[in-house]
Design a protein around this ligand. Structure first.
Ligand code: ADP
Ligand code: 5GP
Length: 195
């Protein structure tokens, strides 16, 4: 069956360095447009301000491995030592209902999804500066140690460099409202999604 059927919903991939504001922007986006925001499974420990089933489905490594074996994930990847995966069935169902499906995933996962859904729209979110990114990571209240925070910051440069190669649009998140407006416009132009 073709995944290019124009009557079916479209996959919109949103990536960007850790702390750039992806979750903030995606949450606001789905408040404003008729879209389904996929909830990933992860083996990362839940931080205080996160809600299981809303931000992520926080599962054990054993459960994650079981779900890999049963083919539950459309894609999965290891990011900063933890596993993250997109539930395949959720995406399939939303697309069958003609919904725009938002996947907030990393670059590795994005490239796998692009293989299954070649018409997926790829949007990469950039910080206004490296200092802003460092400040947002620190202000997020994850309680990470300095080493983990530095690792995330270092990998941001690599991710941003590779993004130019693969992504259709780069959006700077200086102001949440403005970034959301820009993404809404991009989605509308590419899918005709309803507001
Ligand atoms: P990500 O999902 O990319 O890791 P988050 O959405 O968790 O990032 O945002 C990281 C932090 O940055 C949060 O504290 C959030 O409130 C803040 N933030 C997001 N967008 C902006 C912005 N445009 N200006 C200032 N702070 C922002
Ligand atoms: P965080 O731990 O900061 O929430 O997310 C870390 C990274 O994992 C981010 O780049 C985020 O986009 C990515 N991520 C979240 N969910 C998924 C997923 O289901 N698949 C993949 N490949 N990456 C994900």
């Amino acid at each position: 069956m073709s995944t290019q059927n124009p009557k079916k919903g479209k996959v919109v991939i949103i990536s960007g360095p850790s702390g750039v504001g992806k979750s903030t922007v995606c949450r606001e986006l789905v408040r404003q447009i008729d879209a389904f925001l996929s909830v990933s499974a992860t083996t990362r420990p839940r931080s205080e301000n996160e809600v299981d089933g809303k931000d992520y489905r926080f599962i054990s490594e054993a459960e994650f491995q079981k779900r890999i074996e049963t083919g539950d994930f459309l894609e999965y990847a290891e990011v900063f030592g933890n596993l993250y995966g997109t539930p395949r069935e959720d995406v399939r169902q939303a697309l069958a209902q003609d919904k725009t499906v938002i996947l907030e995933i990393d670059v590795q996962g994005a490239l796998i999804v692009k293989n299954s859904y070649p018409d997926a729209l790829m949007i990469f979110i950039l910080p206004p500066s490296q200092a802003d990114l460092a400040g947002r990571m620190a202000g997020r209240g994850r309680g990470e140690d300095g080493k983990t925070a530095r690792r995330r910051l270092d990998s941001a440069s690599v991710e941003i460099a590779s993004a130019w190669q693969y992504y259709d649009y780069m959006v700077i998140n200086a102001d949440v409202k403005q970034a959301v407006e820009e993404i809404k416009k991009i989605i509308k132009e590419n899918t005709g999604a309803k507001e």
